[in-house]
Write a protein that binds this ligand. Structure first.
Ligand SMILES: NC(=O)c1ccc[n+]([C@@H]2O[C@H](COP(=O)([O-])OP(=O)(O)OC[C@H]3O[C@@H](n4cnc5c(N)ncnc54)[C@H](OP(=O)(O)O)[C@@H]3O)[C@@H](O)[C@H]2O)c1
Length: 267
């Protein structure tokens, strides 16, 4: 590695040295970029996801540079829809790290289908990943965070929470509920020193959106529909995660930070 490859040292206000973080859905996409940024700011980051090989590949990709500022990465294979497995994974993390400072509930799924093709069971399945898994981890993480007297939870919601379009009702329902959960838990956990915020991404060019990214019609619609006239790149959520987790945000809780290139504000 030559000196130009090294990430610049973080400003002290944004340093996450000695902080332990769990990022769910960190094997790719937005979760991977947030995990990488936390580690590059000095945090010890645990990467949650179901596919161990993918987590190991992600960890290898992050770890060389993050060591420079004291960061490290550790795969944590788990299917978060199983509360028993989720609790056990957190237990493993706590046994090895002794604390948990930052939880990013990022793992998510999408089903773009109209109402008549979505039986209640399909909604239930989506809620298990997008909402209930995050609820369970918030409960479990709150215990060590309470004992420490501090903690930061960030839920990854979506612009499909406050606004909606036809054919995406299950996802929109799940993200709207996650947004409401963020405010409710901020109120409940604030007295224990635990901050709870959300990041609401707009349209990002991740693997999950590959079909849309390559569709010229969607491309041209998005160019006109966003103030910045383009897709978001996955790394462009990372700064917000570092900011919300850092000493720069110690009086911020119950908020949703929208990162959408101006989609919501654009008329
Ligand atoms: N991309 C966007 O434009 C956009 C916009 C708004 C909001 N968001 C939200 O941002 C988050 C990340 O989006 P993305 O596009 O990066 O998604 P993605 O590429 O589909 O990645 C999803 C991640 O979640 C993990 N995951 C899924 N189900 C899981 C489970 N049951 N247990 C553990 N891990 C699980 C996946 O790993 P495995 O499959 O290996 O388990 C993967 O690492 C999601 O919550 C999404 O709703 C994305």
């Amino acid at each position: 590695m030559n000196s130009t490859d090294r990430p610049a040292p973080p400003h002290p206000l944004f340093s996450l040295k000695n902080q332990v973080a769990l990022v769910t859905g960190a094997s790719r996409g937005l979760g991977f970029e947030m995990a990488r940024a936390l580690a590059n700011h000095g945090a010890q980051v645990w990467l949650g996801g179901r596919d161990l090989d993918a987590l190991q590949a992600a960890a290898e990709c992050i770890q060389e540079h993050c060591r420079v500022h004291g960061g490290s990465v550790h795969p944590l294979p788990v299917d978060l829809t199983d509360p028993g497995l989720s609790s056990a994974a957190l237990e493993t993390l706590l046994k090895q790290s002794g604390r948990l400072d930052i939880l990013i509930n990022n793992a998510g799924q999408r089903r773009r289908e109209p109402l008549e093709q979505l039986p209640s069971a399909a909604l239930r399945e989506l809620l298990e990943t997008n909402l209930i898994a995050a609820w369970h981890l918030c409960r479990e993480a709150a215990r060590p965070m309470r004992a420490q007297g501090s903690g930061c939870i960030i839920n990854i919601t979506s612009i499909a929470g406050p606004i909606a379009r036809a054919g995406d009702a299950a996802y929109t329902t799940s993200k709207g509920a996650l947004d409401a959960m963020t405010r409710a838990l901020a109120a409940e956990l604030g007295p224990d020193g635990i901050r709870v915020n959300a990041i609401a991404p707009g349209f990002f060019s991740t693997e999950a959106n590959a079909n849309m990214v390559s569709d010229p019609q969607i491309q041209s619609w998005l160019d006109k529909r966003t103030s910045l006239g383009r897709w978001g790149q996955p790394h462009e959520v990372a700064g917000a995660a570092v900011f919300l987790a850092s000493g720069a945000a110690t009086y911020i809780t119950g908020q949703t930070l929208t990162i959408d290139g101006g989609f919501l504000s654009h008329f």
